[in-house]
Design a binder for this molecule. Structure first.
Ligand code: CUK
Ligand code: CUA
Length: 658
């Protein structure tokens, strides 16, 4: 009970810290005379800019036509998408539709291929058209981003999506058949062999019904290793597998690399096995799951797990191969290490030697040594938890704790031996030194205020074996007073920090009026080679091959077979052919449109009023949609991209005869 009261007090403190998050206006230092050419000086003086403001402007201003140095791929949170931003200018370049339909990209508004992608993520017979995207993961080769693919999870429905960076389009959504929410997702193994995904809220496998009184016996989590086939550019569910884990509410995960290659790590935060009941006289969830001093860092050997699956030691549950919990414990696949309660982020250092765990309720980060973990495993220096999983001796595996400040959440790295940790309650970024063998050498260096209540941070290639340093983006949860007011729902505030020197400098505020970003990853722009137009006219962008429905100019036609009508169309500046389509009420229509253009940016859109159809037909692409002409009448369809001076004329009539 005492502990519960303590927890409630801590939580109250958290809340008051949130409400009062520091909002001091910095004092402006005047610009020394002669610091700038006279005309620039006049602007700076008129706008009241400080030398720091001017330096920040010079670092982030991107002259017209110049390209940014990095791409930032930011989750769009509950907007269910993935947002592409240029760094350092912080200009939004694209909002890639992933889990949510998006009309401009023609995603989920008739385009058959995109409807099929979305439908693959349906839950039973419920069409899911939303998502809570959290963690993008760029594909890696030898632990470094390779710029080919990016993956992202949907926490709300336990799904993972594959996005192709040749054309920045979503190509696949997979649904985990055994869990209903994920969070430790997505993280790739160093050569993108697997995309890692962990459960968040435990349920019986397959989210079958079982009363909460049977939580301990029946509820479970899984860690799923989705096999990625680079050749096909697809996750292959038949080659994927899950590892059953106790219902401890797994949180974030990270893959090992170099010294920890073959391993992966996930936090957990409900080893209490608490199940709520705030109307039945039980404590609130936030107290109930925070009673024990320690939760468990999950340490698992995915390479060994793959061998165990190959040896046939699994059960197929709802179509997925699952290594059951006793097998995982017995085969040396799964270990726990105690970690200070209610941890959030877990991040592996660039050399793979250390695992950094941040606890929301602990001002320290706790650093584990991979060498010590391996030694403790070899020495069998463990006790068993209630499920028979070895719990390694904390003192044997914990390397050092570094006190950083209030509410540490997530950690990134630069190439200079520094780590950066977001401090949610302090609204600051801590820069601290990775010390190596000597625990005394791990020290806090400086703290930089951000605005406000920072969640994830993303440094340039900051979670790879080879971080770039240079820039760091703070993805802040609260914006409060930073921007012009827009009503009670405020934009997200992404802040850019220059981490190339000391002290760290805040150089840009970027309001983003889309969803809530969680994690983001930043990749050097020259690693990406997106194409300008599809490889040939009549291209199927999802299957990545010529479309069987490609239509050449002059070969447009309408074919009727009973009440099935098939239309083969083309679009080119400034007409759609055919521009007259005559149907009968009840006709089943299959309509293919090929954009026969090969010019860069010569995109034609297509919207058909009254039918909920919106397509994007990019240069060279063939797109198909189907509908039933269930209502007679006269309809207009037209191009939605202002593609030429005669764009408004790019239309057609569809007549549906009663
Ligand atoms: S979580 Cu959102 S701030 Cu989903 Cu990675 Cu930590
Ligand atoms: Cu094509 Cu407007």
């Amino acid at each position: 009970m005492k502990r519960l009261i303590l927890v409630s007090v801590v939580l109250l403190l958290l809340l008051s810290a949130l409400a009062g998050c520091a909002r001091k206006k910095e004092q402006a230092t005047p610009l020394p005379a002669g610091a700038l050419p006279a005309d620039a000086m006049a602007i700076a003086q008129e706008r009241g800019l400080t030398p720091d403001d001017i330096a920040a402007a010079l670092k982030t201003y991107m002259p017209s036509g110049k390209w940014d140095e990095y791409y930032l791929f930011s989750s769009g949170g509950h907007s269910g998408n993935l947002i592409v931003i240029g760094v350092p200018s912080m200009r939004i370049l694209k909002n890639i539709a992933v889990f949510t339909p998006e009309a401009w990209q023609g995603y989920g508004y008739g385009d058959k291929a995109t409807e099929e992608i979305l439908d693959a993520g349906n839950v039973g017979d419920v069409k899911i058209r939303m998502g809570d995207s959290h963690h993008p993961a760029l594909s890696e080769t030898n632990g470094d981003y390779d710029g080919q693919w990016v993956f992202i999870n949907d926490k709300a429905n336990a799904r993972v999506a594959v996005i192709d960076l040749r054309d920045f389009r979503t190509k696949q959504i997979v649904k985990d058949p055994n869990i209903i929410s994920n969070h430790g997702s997505t993280f790739v193994t160093p050569n993108t062999e697997y995309v890692i995904q962990g459960t968040q809220y435990a349920t019986p496998l397959g989210w079958d019904y079982a009363p909460l009184s049977e939580y301990k016996e029946k509820y479970r989590g899984v860690i799923t290793l989705w096999k990625f086939d680079r050749e096909k550019g697809r996750i292959v569910p038949e080659e994927s597998f899950s590892i059953e884990v106790p219902p401890y509410w797994q949180d974030l995960c990270d893959a090992g690399k170099l010294a920890s290659d073959g391993w992966a790590f996930c936090n957990s935060f409900n080893t209490e096995l608490f199940t709520g009941g705030n109307m039945q006289g039980n404590p609130q969830f936030e107290s109930g799951v925070s009673q024990r001093d320690m939760d468990y860092l999950h340490i698992f050997n995915w390479r060994k797990a793959a061998e165990v699956v190959a040896a046939g030691k699994y059960e197929v549950i709802n179509g997925m191969r699952v290594i059951r919990l006793p097998t995982a414990a017995a085969e040396g696949i799964l270990f726990f290490a105690p970690e200070p309660k209610s941890p959030h982020g877990v991040d592996v250092t660039p050399d793979g030697q250390y695992v950094v765990v941040s606890g929301k309720l602990d001002p320290h980060v706790t650093v584990y040594s991979m060498a010590k973990i391996e030694k403790a495993i070899a020495d069998r220096n463990w006790t068993l938890d209630d499920y028979g999983v070895p719990v390694l001796n904390y003192d044997a595996v914990m390397h050092v704790q570094v006190e950083l400040g209030l509410g540490p959440l997530h950690t990134q790295f630069d190439g200079q031996g520094y780590a950066y940790t977001s401090l949610f309650l302090d609204s600051a970024i801590a820069r601290w030194k990775l010390g190596g063998d000597d625990p005394a050498a791990w020290t806090l260096v400086e703290k930089t205020p951000v605005h406000y209540n920072v969640g994830h941070i993303a440094a340039a290639e900051g979670d790879t074996v080879n971080p770039d340093g240079k820039y760091l983006v703070a993805l802040n949860k609260w914006a409060v007073d930073r921007f012009l007011p827009v009503g009670p729902l405020l934009p997200q505030n992404l802040q850019l920090l220059d981490i190339s020197g000391s002290p760290v400098k805040l150089i840009y505020d970027m309001p983003m009026g889309i969803g809530e970003p969680h994690y983001a990853q930043m990749i050097k722009a020259d690693k990406l080679k997106p194409l300008n137009v599809y490889p040939q006219v009549g291209w199927d962008a999802i299957e990545w091959k010529p479309s069987p429905y490609a239509t050449k100019k002059g070969e447009e036609r309408i074919e009727r077979n009973g009440n099935h009508v098939t239309i083969y169309s083309t679009s080119i500046r400034s007409h759609i052919t055919p521009d007259r389509v005559e149907l009968k009420k009840g006709d089943h229509v299959t309509w293919h449109i090929t954009n026969v253009e090969t010019a860069h940016d010569a995109v034609h859109g297509f919207q058909l009023g009254g039918q909920n159809i919106s397509l994007s037909i990019e240069p060279g692409a063939t797109v198909t949609f189907e509908f039933v002409a269930s209502q007679d009448g006269t309809y207009a369809y037209y191009c939605t991209e202002f593609c030429s001076a005669l764009h408004l004329e790019m239309m057609g009539y569809m007549l549906v005869e009663p």
